[in-house]
Design a protein around this ligand. Structure first.
Ligand code: ADP
Ligand code: MG
Length: 544
């Protein structure tokens, strides 16, 4: 149940202020088919975007299931959008280079769902909209009505409680419009559907309720819904948790060929460990899609900026080799049952890694970036191009037992080395990555210390954003946790204990680790010492 209470929204462009919504109040039932009718510019899209959490209201309140959204943080909105809302746009917003099936699969936000299961659900949604036999077509091989049906399947694949459609038939002829409307009516049987349209006939014929909007005000409602105030639960803020859609969506949008989370993490890991100086880019890859998708991309780019390193190898080809493997598992066997075959992929993969190692000419690349004529400027988002340096800091500290430790974990050498050894050929790079507990924060442009993109994507839970280069930010996950091994390395836990644990693991003994807790004050009061490499040497007897 949604309650829209006296919502106002204005847009300011230059010195022009446009009031889009002027005190709109509206209660929506859990299950109805609402059509919002109104002339162009009356605020229909704005209202829909606010209901769907794509845009924020200036004043008023949106109450979702009895809970006010006034205190909602970005991540609450993300979660609401991803788990409760499905969107259908007039312009379909399908990803052109992806098949129909991937377009729908991509919207599946439920983490921990296997690829097989995602595929199954996407197929099911497409069958529901009558496109079960068109799974492998690209959007540009389809008619407008079909594309809109794909968009509806995409909106439904998460089984949202609310489906929002902004002029879904605006670009369709009458006959196809009817097919799409029939489908929406069917969908509205067991959920709330809010559809914006400027076609009164379609609204009359299909919707169960018509709300009229003019100049940002409601001028008519065919079936108002009055809720007594006292029925509402006390308004409180509920954290709906962070959702994972931003990750998946942008992943496939921008890195079409790297389609697993693991691959992506690997990429970040190796890229970070090979290069000496890298160039981090935050691009906005969307051309005229909507703000929503642009935002998702931005968020992903903060965690995983495109980095170009001095040395690189072609990880994507290795990943696709690995992926072919799993795809074979699902499909038919590739050999007849007439003997035993070798699988040369392991060797090929190792070879692919070494032979694809390339040196990038960063000098030339930077020239290209600095040249304002370069094509790339068309695609660069608001955060522009940011350079960061993959410097290894020598950061030291004392552990609780007073032992001087190197926070890269090298104080715990024995255990680390044996761990790395087990990792085989990649151990060198991998262990180098594991050692990197400190990283320069992505700076902003024009000398800003921290990129606004970073600030938008993280919540400060204690203290302030750094105002000087010698300040450190401790990044925790959504549960306010830090991996125990990192805490040992950072000297928050005694290194002797870590060594003991590692020895036990080596000896095959069972180890249980207790969860521990620090207050914000304690953990932020930890003293760390940056020691430049040159200071770690002393002169020898020859004075050298
Ligand atoms: P509708 O969907 O009914 O055509 P909109 O909700 O798109 O109307 O727009 C309502 C009013 O708000 C219009 O006058 C429009 O110009 C203005 N408006 C909408 N979005 C923006 C924006 N992003 N920036 C500036 N003005 C906007
Ligand atoms: Mg509109």
């Amino acid at each position: 149940m949604l309650q829209i209470q006296n919502i106002r929204k204005k847009f300011v462009t230059g010195d022009l202020t446009q009031v889009a919504l002027d005190g709109v109040s509206l209660n929506l039932r859990e299950n109805e088919f609402v059509a919002i009718l109104g002339p162009s510019g009356s605020g229909k899209t704005t209202l829909l975007n606010i209901i769907g959490g794509l845009d924020r209201y200036d004043s008023g309140d949106l109450i979702i299931n009895g809970i006010s959204t006034k205190e909602y943080k970005d991540r609450d909105w993300d979660s609401y959008r991803n788990h409760t809302i499905g969107f259908v746009f007039q312009s379909y917003n399908l990803i052109p280079h992806q098949t129909v099936l991937s377009n729908v699969e991509l919207a599946l936000t439920i983490s921990g769902v296997s690829k097989k299961e995602r595929r199954r659900r996407a197929k099911e949604a497409l069958e529901r909209v009558g496109l079960g036999n068109q799974l492998h077509k690209k959007p540009n091989q389809m008619s407008g009505g079909q594309m809109q049906r794909v968009a509806i399947a995409r909106a439904l694949v998460n089984d949202p409680d609310i489906l929002l459609a902004d002029e879904p038939t605006g670009a369709l002829d009458t006959e196809t419009s009817i097919q799409v409307m029939d489908l929406l009516k069917e969908v509205a049987k067991d959920r709330l559907v809010v559809m914006v349209t400027h076609n009164p006939e379609l609204a009359e014929q299909y919707a169960t309720r018509i709300v009229r909007l003019k100049d940002g005000k409601i001028t008519g409602d065919s079936m108002p819904y009055d809720i007594e105030e006292e029925k509402n639960a006390p308004l409180e803020h509920r954290n709906m948790g962070k959702s994972s859609m931003s990750f998946w969506t942008s992943l496939s949008l921008s890195f079409n060929n790297l389609s697993t989370k693991k691959a992506r993490t690997l990429l970040a890991a190796f890229a970070g460990s090979i290069g000496i100086i890298g160039i981090a880019l935050i691009l906005s890859l969307s051309t005229g899609v909507n703000d929503y998708i642009a935002n998702i991309q931005k968020e992903t780019m903060v965690s995983y900026p495109v980095t170009v390193d001095a040395k690189a190898f072609d990880l994507s080809s290795m990943i696709s080799m690995g992926r072919n493997n799993t795809e074979n598992d699902e499909g038919a066997a590739s050999h007849r049952l007439d003997g035993v075959y070798s699988d040369p992929r392991d060797i090929e993969m190792a070879s692919a890694m070494t032979t694809s190692l390339t040196e990038n000419n960063l000098t030339e690349f930077k020239k290209y970036l600095d040249n304002s004529e370069s094509d790339i400027h068309e695609y660069i988002g608001e955060n522009g191009i940011v350079y960061s340096y993959d410097t290894k800091f020598g950061v030291y500290t004392f552990d609780p037992e007073g032992k001087f430790v190197n926070t890269d974990g090298s104080t715990l050498e024995d255990s680390k080395n044996s761990m790395a050894k087990n990792m085989g050929a990649m151990s060198q790079m991998a262990s180098e990555f594991i050692n990197g507990n400190f990283k320069e924060m992505l700076p902003g442009q024009n000398g800003e210390l921290i990129s606004p993109a970073v600030k938008e994507s993280y919540d400060i839970i204690y203290g302030n954003w750094p105002s000087a280069y010698d300040e450190v930010v401790l990044v925790v996950n959504k549960n306010n946790e830090i991996p125990a091994s990192t805490l040992y390395e950072l000297g928050m836990l005694p290194s002797s204990e870590y060594k003991e644990i590692m020895d036990k693991i080596k000896a095959g003994e069972e180890v249980t680790a207790e969860q521990q807790k620090w207050s914000f004050e304690d953990i932020c009061n930890k003293k760390l010492y940056v020691i430049p490499a040159c200071d770690t040497y002393i002169k020898n007897e020859f004075g050298r």
